[in-house]
Design a binder for this molecule. Structure first.
Ligand code: SF4
Length: 213
């Protein structure tokens, strides 16, 4: 990467980190996805039960494989399981030791913006697991909440729906809130974490590379 580009990315991450910390989130800067993996592993105790939200980022850095390799119990649903098992895992994620996820958007004024279809991911990021680790590539940083919601509707959701073979309006053309209905709709709940929830020790690892949707 050219030095001017990495300089700009670092400035953006530094600005966002300061804002997140002023909103009571902890932050870590990882220049690469390899370093992001190491930082996540450092933050998660070796004996912790770890819930993993629906996240391409977490899978791209290889965190699930490394957690399982070192003996952590991992609760995640992107594997071949029955609907009953899927529901049971999502419920257990709400009481796990550490919950890991990405964020659909991280704002430069220090907020986390997310959309969820089922709700277990955004619920676990707010309350339940005492510790949450968020990994977000530089592509997730946006100026403010409005831009974060735009990012969800025009960037993250269409790719997510495409990933599962859905046909919501954002995949066919563009987001249409009136025409998009359950169960295919992906954005049932939108959360804005304006400050770190008081019972949830949340660390945001900001990565100097593009990751996830
Ligand atoms: S509300 Fe529907 S159309 Fe809009 S971004 Fe979400 S899934 Fe796509």
């Amino acid at each position: 990467m050219r030095t001017e580009k990495s300089w700009l990315i670092e400035r953006r991450i530094e600005r966002t980190s300061k804002a997140l910390e002023s909103n009571a989130f902890r932050t870590v800067y990882a220049p690469t996805k390899t370093q992001a993996l190491q930082e996540a592993l450092r933050l998660i105790p070796a004996n912790a039960t770890v819930g993993v939200g629906g996240s391409v980022t977490i899978r791209e850095i290889g965190l699930i494989e490394e957690l399982e390799r070192r003996g952590n119990r991992v609760l995640e649903t992107w594997r071949k399981i029955t609907p009953e098992e899927d529901l049971a895992i999502r419920k257990k994620q709400l009481t796990c030791d550490v919950f890991v996820s990405s964020s659909n958007a991280v704002t430069e004024d220090g907020k986390l913006v997310n959309a969820d279809g089922t709700g277990n991911r955004v619920a676990a990021m707010i309350f339940g697991p005492p510790k949450v680790v968020v990994v977000a590539g530089v592509n997730k940083i946006v100026p403010d909440v409005h831009a974060g919601i735009e990012r969800i509707r025009n960037v993250a959701a269409p790719m997510n729906v495409r990933r599962v073979g859905g046909t919501t309006p954002c995949v066919v053309e563009r987001c249409n809130l009136e025409a998009c209905t359950p169960p295919s709709r992906h954005c049932h709940a939108i959360t804005i974490l304006e400050k770190c929830p008081t019972k949830t020790d949340t660390t945001v690892i900001l990565v100097g590379e593009e990751l996830g949707f």
